[in-house]
Design a protein around this ligand. Structure first.
Ligand SMILES: Cc1ncc(COP(=O)(O)O)c(C=O)c1O
Length: 334
């Protein structure tokens, strides 16, 4: 697989560690599969997370196109926005963040702490908007830059297109090399899915190598995950078209797990709280309430329901997100 054909800037710390979760495994009982965590919360770039991998290719493309400014979107507490702001700062680009009011009924900490504080420290310009006004806000920002003769590059929501997904094709290859070194065959990778680029890249990687590893994306952002699965399929297909072509059976590889979003995107659930406490107290791992906490809750539920065999190996991909914790201080410190 030749990823060197795409423009890329190095932003992260590679490879991220692959660590066994043996204490949690013994706690979960004899039927528990072997559990590992792939530490993409340790990718670097302003506390880390999955966006570093996507941004290496997206920012590479922005630089190749001669952009001076990057513009992107996200929820108010978006990890993607914070990491884009960090990448822009590191590369000497300006950054406009359109932060969308997607999570209602949160307190003042949600609006000012966590990722919002980091966005400000990183020097990004913040534009608050309702989801319905996102495109209008984008157009007015782009017009302003154009009028000033400056080139802006737009990073899609979550960095999820075939360029961003190349980062997770590369992650799949990296994980494959780590597993080969330790003689591990991975039955399934479990992670949080929202805009779909992470899962699309992993699915494209598994399809490229013709591995049977299941890629289980846990829906944390929509009432039902069917629309997410469609996005993932489309991005995975486009990504493979840019690599070596699309192997048969690609669509069947996309599995989105429903049932763990709770009351909605960004709203804490009891299963997420239990997951955060178990990961912290058995493995010293810090998850977040929006993404990795809900994905870990799904992993625990699947293990308890014996959806995997004791001889299987399951990797939890920790996609980061814990910079958001101060925004949830009320719920998590009780
Ligand atoms: C911490 C974290 N985990 C998982 C995801 C989901 O990744 P994707 O948008 O590629 O589906 C995100 C995306 O915003 C995230 O911030």
């Amino acid at each position: 697989m030749d990823l060197t054909q795409f423009p890329r800037v190095m932003l992260g710390h590679w490879p991220t560690p692959l660590e066994p979760m043996d204490r949690l495994r013994s706690h979960l009982g004899a039927a528990c599969p072997k559990l590992y965590v792939k530490r993409d919360d340790c990718t670097g770039l302003a506390t880390g997370g999955n966006k570093t991998r996507k941004l290496e290719f997206l920012m590479g493309e922005a630089q190749a196109e001669g952009a001076q400014i990057v513009v992107t979107f996200g929820a108010v507490q978006s990890n993607h926005a914070r990491q884009t702001a960090a990448a822009a700062a590191k590369l000497g680009l300006e950054c406009d963040l359109i932060l969308l009011d997607m999570v209602h009924g949160r307190g003042p900490a949600y609006a000012t702490s966590g990722n919002v504080l980091l966005d400000k420290l990183l020097g990004a310009r913040i534009h608050l908007a309702s989801p319905a006004a996102a495109q209008v806000t984008l157009q007015s920002i782009l017009l302003k830059h154009k009028a000033a003769g400056r080139k802006a590059y737009v990073v899609p929501l979550g960095g999820s297109n075939s360029t961003g997904a190349l980062g997770y094709v590369s992650a799949y290859r990296e994980l494959g090399a780590q597993c080969a070194d330790h003689n591990i065959t991975v039955s399934a990778i479990v992670h949080a899915v929202s805009s779909g680029g992470t899962q699309a890249g992993l699915v494209a990687g598994a399809a490229f190598y013709d591995h049977r590893t299941r890629i289980l994306g846990v829906n944390v952002s929509r009432p039902v995950g069917a629309g997410i699965a469609d996005n993932v399929r489309e991005i995975a297909r486009e990504t493979l078209e840019r690599l070596e072509g699309v192997p048969p059976g690609l669509d069947r590889r996309v599995e989105v797990v429903d049932g763990f979003i709770g009351e909605g995107y960004g709203i804490p659930s009891d299963a997420m709280r239990e997951a955060i406490l178990l990961a912290a107290r058995y493995e010293g791992l810090i998850l977040d309430p929006v993404y990795s906490g809900k994905a870990f809750a799904a992993l625990l539920s699947m293990v308890r329901a014996e959806k995997f065999g004791a001889s299987d190996t399951v990797v939890f991909l920790h996609t980061g997100g814990n910079a958001v914790l101060p925004a949830y201080i009320g719920e998590l410190s009780q």
